[in-house]
Design a protein around this ligand. Structure first.
Ligand SMILES: [Zn+2]
Length: 239
């Protein structure tokens, strides 16, 4: 299934959501009022925001520390397992509601834009799903998040990465196993990267950083001059 179809499904579910489904908060389940979307005001105000994107070498940079240099790294909210706000990620990823990712990203992109996070970035590159997973889920949640960022920043989405082989699921693996699994899991598409100087890699959750690092390494080997920044909708809280 092409990215175009994945994006079209994101658009279509958004349109349908407004027409046919009762509008309830994806966190607490209460009915949304006019002006609220996806999350009610109360749940939005209690969302555990990360807010580190203006810091030069923040906690998230540290998670990605290695031989690659990341310019800006930002995330919207902390993901704590088994908390009400974690439902947002679960619904967006597995329960057929990519619109959640798009609306939250669009909302947070206003803050990012205000803080200059997008300055100089010339493409948004979503982390791809394997064709098998894309077929099974019908959409890529990273595409939906990328769309939300594009809605506000106006920066083009470029599908400059592809999965290079079947990647088994990352959940229920320890950090090392995740790293081994994700390593070499992507290939960059040099034709799509031509003329770009600074790209924003987008994913749903930053956990150990293994997925982002694998994607960044693929982009870096295709073009070592490419500047790299990262945005994820959530970052898991490591203890
Ligand atoms: Zn709520």
């Amino acid at each position: 299934m092409s990215h175009r179809i994945s994006e079209a499904i994101c658009d279509l579910t958004g349109a349908l959501a407004n027409l046919a489904w009762p509008r309830t908060c994806e966190v607490c389940g209460c009915a949304l009022v006019k002006g609220e979307d996806v999350v009610c005001l109360k749940c939005y105000n209690t969302m555990p925001m990360v807010g580190l994107h203006t810091q030069e070498f923040n906690l998230l940079h540290q998670r990605l520390a290695g031989h690659l240099l990341f310019e800006r790294v930002g995330s919207m909210f902390w993901y704590y397992r088994d908390t009400p706000h974690a439902r947002l990620i679960h619904h967006a990823k597995y329960n057929g509601r990519p619109r959640i990712g798009r609306i939250l990203a669009r909302r947070y992109a206003l803050t990012l834009k205000h803080d200059g996070f997008f300055d100089g970035i010339d493409a948004i590159i979503p982390i791809p799903l394997s064709p098998l997973k894309l077929l099974r889920r019908g959409y890529n949640q990273s595409d939906a998040i990328a769309l939300g960022l594009r809605d506000v920043s106006g920066i083009n989405i470029v599908h400059g990465l592809a999965t290079s082989r079947y990647r088994s699921t990352q959940t229920r693996r320890n950090a090392y196993a995740r790293w081994i699994n994700a390593r070499n899991g992507f290939k960059a598409l040099p034709d799509k990267l031509r003329g770009l100087s600074h790209v924003l890699i987008v994913d749903d959750v930053l956990t150990t950083g293994a997925t982002i690092l694998a994607a960044a390494e693929a982009l870096h080997s295709a073009d070592p001059t490419l500047r790299l920044s990262v945005f994820t909708l959530a970052a898991s809280h490591l203890r």
